[in-house]
Design a protein around this ligand. Sequence first.
Ligand code: 13P
Length: 247
Amino acid sequence: MPLRKLIAGNWKMHGLSSDLEQVAAIARAAADYPGVDVALCVPAILIERAARAVPGFAIGGQDVHQAEKGAHTGCTSALMLLDAGASLTIVGHSERRDAQRESDSDVKGKAEAALSVGLNVILCVGESLEVRQAGAAVGSVLDQLEASLPSTLAATAALAVAYEPIWAIGTGKIPTSDEIAEMHAAIRQKLRDRFAAAGEKIRILYGGSVKASNATEIFGIADVDGGLVGGASLTAADFMPIVAAAG
Ligand code: 13P
């Protein structure tokens, strides 16, 4: 049976107080799609206001620190996200793996820290263009996933894996349906190997240039259990047709 789809927006470093109107519009419109889980991962400083504005709607962070607390200037702990009203967080986005030099073991620590306080986690993996062109995409993503996954998992609904090919992010380029199917099937097998039957229930999202125009095709691919959407999640007008494509 197909898993219930999750469509999550990643606002990245976009969003001011005035954009809370879009959060409210998306939350209102999402209520028309009770069969789809919808979430918005907004900048940390907007989480509390967004969560207050749309009670019951899933607001998330985009990163979390692996330590419980301490001398980590500028960082946000899992408990802080939860305290601000977040119910989930992204970890291991390629923009952070690259610019903040986050390693697989950092990402694993972040996932475990978030899960330990009851946050849901979207764990990102994805290959560069060079790796794809060298024919090594599947092996590289599986290695990344193996080293980034939390050691244990109490609830399958708490974890989603997002496959985001780096070369597809913000570029308008997407892999072919066969490439997406091949990667998602390989990720599914890895999740089965790691978590046995529970691995069947972990959602695998596709991310990278998801738009209204390609969402129906992408969400129809086997083992694509939703999407992680960047640029097209910033307004209800762009985002809701993607949610509708999953409904
Ligand atoms: P775009 O949808 O803008 O390509 O971004 C994808 C992404 O990085 C989501 O985390």
